[in-house]
Design a protein around this ligand. Sequence first.
Ligand SMILES: Cc1cc2nc3c(=O)[nH]c(=O)nc-3n(C[C@H](O)[C@H](O)[C@H](O)COP(=O)(O)O)c2cc1C
Length: 197
Amino acid sequence: MSSTTPLRVAVLVGSTREGRFAPVVVKWLTGHLGQRDDLRADVVDLAETPLPTVLPAFGQDPAPEAVQALALVTPRLAAADAFVFVTPEYNHSFPASLKNAIDWHGVEWHGKPVAFVSYGGLSGGLRAVEQLRVVMAELNAMTIRNTVSFHNAFGAFGADGRVDDPAVDTAAKALLDQLTWWAHALRDAKSARPYAA
Ligand SMILES: Cc1cc2nc3c(=O)[nH]c(=O)nc-3n(C[C@H](O)[C@H](O)[C@H](O)COP(=O)(O)O)c2cc1C
């Protein structure tokens, strides 16, 4: 694959809560992604494609209902060159729905970069992000240093979904630039030799 082929970025939406704030943040993020010719976004919304919460026994295939649900998610994660996790903070961590989606998968994460856009109350979801870094290290993913975090998220967006703060746009650009660099580096490396998990 040519290094100029646009990178496929799966945006994984962590919250499945009724009445969730997540779509506001996702719309803002996809606005930024849409401005870039080098990235192609695919929003994987766990509320639209829910995964079962019961994992199969070791060595067993998933139940038929799980296979059906996974068919809507797994190929899209597998096809991604990079990920952005959009996560709120729940009780100083990230939502169970996001952990469930992570745990259903393995090789789909390997050797790929993951960036985080977080939101919440005072902490802006940063505690959720720090915990996700530990989890994703176990899955051979490369987490991106820079984050975009929305503190007191309800007040951060205008009625039109825009964020009236140039520093946030700068942070988003830095995050996507870092993600892009790593995604190219890792995609090129994997095309030279298979990833050794
Ligand atoms: C179960 C639960 C726990 C929460 N815990 C925290 C928390 O520890 N720290 C924080 O800053 N916000 C916390 N919040 C606030 C959420 O981060 C905030 O409401 C956010 O909008 C939730 O994302 P969602 O609406 O997309 O589900 C919590 C919200 C819920 C529902």
